[in-house]
Ligand binder design. Sequence first.
Ligand SMILES: Nc1ncc2ncn(CCCCCNC(=O)c3cc(-c4ccc(F)cc4)cc(O)c3O)c2n1
Ligand SMILES: [Mg+2]
Length: 214
Amino acid sequence: TRTSKPKRILAYVEKHAVPGDAESVVNAIDAYCSRVEWAMNVGSDKGKILDRVVSETDPDTVLELGTYCGYSTVRIGRLLRPEARLVTIEMNPDNAKIAKQIIALAGLNSKIEMLVGSSSDLIPQLKKKLDMKTLDLVFLDHWKIFYLPDTRCLEETGLLHKGTVLLADNVVCPGTPEYLKYIRNSSRYRSEYFPSRLEYLQVEDGLEKSVFLG
Ligand SMILES: Nc1ncc2ncn(CCCCCNC(=O)c3cc(-c4ccc(F)cc4)cc(O)c3O)c2n1
Ligand SMILES: [Mg+2]
């Protein structure tokens, strides 16, 4: 098949969003994925929780693991101050290409840098590659079995500081049991579960917010 779901999402956004208006890009993707075809964006219900956590954290540096089409990248980026920076990691080069175009359409190129590769390969390079002092917020939305090893890697590479917020998508569906077990039992984090719904469906899902205590 010539087109892919991300390409169909991009085509819809190009037709229905207003260039430079990040909100209209988010709304266009939600309209498409709720009416035409489901896609694994964090969606509007969990998106409202994400918005609140981003606004309360007001981060200077953000790391997103798993870009897909860039829905949550734009959702987060639209709330950041002009001098703030968001690095997003996507392993699939075709998805990264689409996401780059959606991020550009939202007018967020100046705040967002996309890295193409696996989180496990790229996280160790973040500190030196991007002169990343530390991260204020991490949004985990990639392969669910990588949440725990990547969190351990973030700890070991000194990318977390006292107060860094980790926000994990899909802790109920598809589920991230090993990550939840670790983060909820670790004295180095204070965790809180935000119940919600799986994107565009009536299935239970939720976000786990964990503050690193150092
Ligand atoms: N390590 C590494 N580094 C970087 C990377 N970049 C991409 N990947 C690969 C990640 C591939 C996509 C991850 N996301 C999901 O799998 C996901 C799934 C559902 C879902 C699906 C079916 C259902 F029936 C119900 C729920 C819903 C969600 O909200 C999800 O986020 C990477 N991996
Ligand atoms: Mg997700």
